[in-house]
Design a protein around this ligand. Structure first.
Ligand code: GLN
Length: 451
């Protein structure tokens, strides 16, 4: 804990932590030592963790990287972080993210962007660590924590993992409780870990996952021992390569890494086949209707009354408006406008309802493909880490980064990103494995084979 704390405190250039909790960490580590001495060690005893600042932590300020949550100190602990504490985890601090987890580069954070440790130091060549869990990916990659919590609404665990050579797992919808996680788009949000390797990811997931009566979408199903599931290999598995994921003009290096991954699986006894998912092209447009719609509803609660920031005005309506205008950043405001537009009386059928129908078809199409293959292998992201400002000027360009990840959220299925090699600039690229709902064990075995 001391080693991680001092490394994290010295790494201010990365801006990965928004808040460190050294006193808490030290007392938790001491309690861990005592339990170990008594022979009562728990599964994560003494492991130094970073917590994405979207998870409410009791008595520790939680802002979701938004100005509007200034000074918000939750009186409760999120179920996922409580599970980690119950298993002996040590909390080093809260990790930076895109504001309310909206973004793919960590540039929308009120606390400033996070830096990718793969290009550290040089002002001109600095790169983003991906997003929204950029604090988590940067911190794990730079060894500023042993593992981190993250959340994935459209790719925010897998894409940052891919850009920093870490492992990111987005479990099946309902596998981890959403209770106490600041809501972005409730039907898509899932918690998961970012870790250095697949085994750590499996161990973290076993602890984070649980059935929770406080989240009505949490699934009442026993949590498997995911670490044990790593044994057994991929012999006899059938892995699908969806041909629609081969985008025009995509980086050749990604193609090469993809083929190398397929070959690794073949070498270990899996059969690799091409499959077709024709509805893939609708996933991104559907996501960017459903996610903002749900966000506009979820974020209606930030009105200056109950939480955080309040811009005073004698007229209560003026107070609401001024608070929201000042408290939300540009990207969040953009999402709220899109969301309220697609939900408005005149456009609800044309946009929101239609998007929901296509979403169901996308999920059905995936379920159909999973009748003939165990897993799907795709790139995690259409490119390696990019520079600050490179995509943030054009929201559409930024949204395109999620092209390979959003389908898993729309369908509620699990996905994992595994480091798969470097491009010509020496930057990490990741491969993604997708599995049918509750196929985490098979998925983790496949991921292990790619390491
Ligand atoms: N980049 C996507 C978005 O901005 C996904 C974010 C996420 O998964 N939290 O909506």
């Amino acid at each position: 804990t001391d080693a991680y704390l001092s490394r994290a405190e010295a790494a201010t250039d990365l801006n990965a932590y928004v808040r460190m909790t050294p006193d808490l960490a030290k007392s938790q580590a001491k309690a861990s030592d005592e339990r170990i001495a008594k022979g009562e060690a728990r599964p994560l005893e003494g492991i130094p963790l970073g917590i994405k600042d979207l998870f409410c932590t009791k008595d520790i300020e939680t802002n979701a990287a938004s100005h509007i949550l200034d000074g918000f100190v939750p009186p409760y602990e999120s179920t996922v972080s409580q599970n980690l504490l119950d298993d002996g985890g040590v909390f080093l601090g809260k990790l930076n993210l895109d504001e309310f987890a909206m973004g793919s580069s960590n540039e929308t954070s009120y606390y400033g962007p996070v830096v990718n440790p793969w290009r550290r130091g040089n002002e001109e060549t600095k790169l983003t660590p991906g997003g929204s869990s950029g604090g988590s990916s940067s911190a794990v990659s730079a060894r500023l924590c042993a593992a981190a919590t993250a959340t994935d609404t459209g790719g925010s665990i897998r894409q940052p993992a891919s850009l920093t050579a870490t492992v990111g797992i987005k479990p099946t919808y309902g596998r981890c409780s959403r209770w106490g996680i600041v809501a972005f788009a409730s039907s898509l949000d899932q918690a998961g870990p970012i870790t250095r390797d697949v085994r750590d990811g499996a161990i973290m997931l076993s602890s984070m996952a649980s059935h929770d009566p406080k989240d009505s979408t949490s699934i009442n199903r026993p949590v498997p021992d995911y670490e044990k599931a790593l044994e057994g290999g991929v012999k006899g598995m059938k892995i699908g390569i969806p041909k629609e994921y081969r985008l025009d003009g995509m980086n050749e290096e990604i193609d090469a890494v993809w083929e190398k991954g397929a070959q690794l699986l073949r070498d270990q006894g899996a059969e690799v086949v091409e499959v077709s998912l024709p509805l893939t092209k609708y996933a991104l447009p559907v996501y960017y209707i459903v996610a903002p719609a749900e966000a506009s509803s979820n974020l209606a609660r930030y009105d200056g009354v109950k939480y955080g920031l309040r811009v005073h005005d004698d007229n209560i309506h003026e107070m609401y408006m001024k608070t929201r205008a000042e408290g939300f950043g540009k990207e969040v405001q953009r999402r709220l406008m899109i969301g309220t537009y697609v939900l408005s009386a005149g456009y609800y059928d044309a946009y929101y309802l239609r998007a929901q129908r296509v979403r169901k078809k996308i999920a059905d199409e995936l379920a159909e493909v999973f009748k003939s293959v165990d897993l799907l292998l795709t790139p995690s992201s259409p490119g390696a880490a990019f520079g600050f400002g490179e995509k943030s000027a054009d929201p559409i360009e930024m949204y395109l980064n999620d092209v390979f990840t959003v389908t898993a959220n729309l369908a509620g299925i699990p996905g994992i990103s595994v480091p798969a090699g470097l491009d010509a600039q020496g930057l990490p690229l990741g491969l993604q494995l997708l599995a049918p709902a509750f196929g985490e064990e098979t998925m983790l075995r496949g991921a292990r084979a790619l390491e």
